[in-house]
Design a protein around this ligand. Structure first.
Ligand code: CAA
Length: 258
């Protein structure tokens, strides 16, 4: 891969967007490589993913403006679909995905982080959807996910005004869960991923599915989604082990993902 690296550390997978010359901007090749990288994640062993950007300045500075510049209407729509398909794959990825935002998260970069389950960032992070200043709308899910995460009014203010915000404000409005000094960001991301990875993996996956699927339907259906996924856990060995360990007053050594 030219622009995306993937490394596994124990039970954690780390995907790095690595195109520093363009501040990790997303061109078609980066999107294709990201897609392939996700397809290659070994779900039997990897229990949480981290997505970050290479370097100390930028997570992802957006979709590639030089690639988009001359697109036709149909090509623009196809480019939007390409990004949306990959980001939807991240959003519905079976295991939790943490965005470790190490600098600019603009346009498609902000949208990439929005497709992740959890966002944490460094103190130098800057978030924004500057698209209207370029004559376009956000195109990789920003008009949909930002409002769901920070609320309609704040999302509209940011998107209509192309207003970028710093880490501190991102924290205040709930766009990120935590802010760290840059040098501590990946340590914190790995610690968070490890805290997830040590729990019963099927239960964690079912939680992700229950939360995400439940938010798309009314409360009666949502509760029924939870009931099914809750019930599903009782056919796992990990449920037997987790509950036996509690009753026998011992710690679970490891969950087996079955
Ligand atoms: N696309 C293409 N190239 C980009 C880029 C992008 N989104 N962002 C940065 N780059 C390139 C610059 O063109 C520059 O390349 P050269 O050295 O070849 O000139 C290089 O990265 C470094 O960038 P700057 O010199 O501009 O760095 P800076 O520190 O002065 O500014 C910045 C940093 C504020 C992030 C600025 O680069 C910038 O504003 N970038 C564009 C941000 C943006 O508008 N993103 C949204 C894109 S649209 C989108 O994402 C649509 C969608 O929803 C799908």
């Amino acid at each position: 891969m030219e622009f995306v690296t993937y490394q596994v550390e124990g039970r954690i997978g780390i995907i790095t967007i690595n195109r520093p010359k363009a501040l990790n901007a997303l061109n078609s090749k980066v999107l294709e490589e990201l897609d392939k990288t996700l397809d290659g994640v070994e779900l039997n062993t990897v229990r949480a993913l981290i997505i970050t950007g290479a370097g100390e300045k930028s997570f992802v500075a957006g979709a590639d403006i030089s690639e988009m510049c001359a697109l036709t209407k149909a090509e623009g729509e196809a480019f939007g679909k390409k990004g949306n398909d990959v980001f939807r794959k991240i959003e519905t990825f079976p295991i939790p995905v943490i965005a470790a935002i190490n600098g600019y998260a603009l346009g498609g970069g902000c949208e990439l982080s929005l497709s992740c389950d959890i966002r944490i960032c460094s103190e130098n992070a800057i978030f924004g959807q500057p698209e209207v200043g370029l004559g376009i709308t956000p195109g990789f899910g920003g008009t949909q996910r930002l409002a769901r995460i920070v609320g309609i009014g704040m999302a509209k203010e940011m998107i209509y005004g192309a207003r970028s915000i710093k880490a501190e404000e991102a924290y205040r409005i709930g766009l990120v869960n935590q802010v760290y000094p840059l040098e501590e960001l990946m340590v914190a991301a790995k610690k968070m991923a490890e805290a997830i990875a040590k729990n019963a993996p099927i239960a964690v996956r079912n939680c992700k599915k229950a939360i995400d699927d439940g938010l798309q339907v009314d409360m009666d259906q949502a509760i029924s989604i939870e009931e099914k996924l809750f019930g599903n856990c009782f056919q796992t060995e990990d449920q037997k082990e987790g509950m036996s360990a509690f009753l026998e007053k011992r710690k679970v050594e490891t969950f087996f993902n079955k």
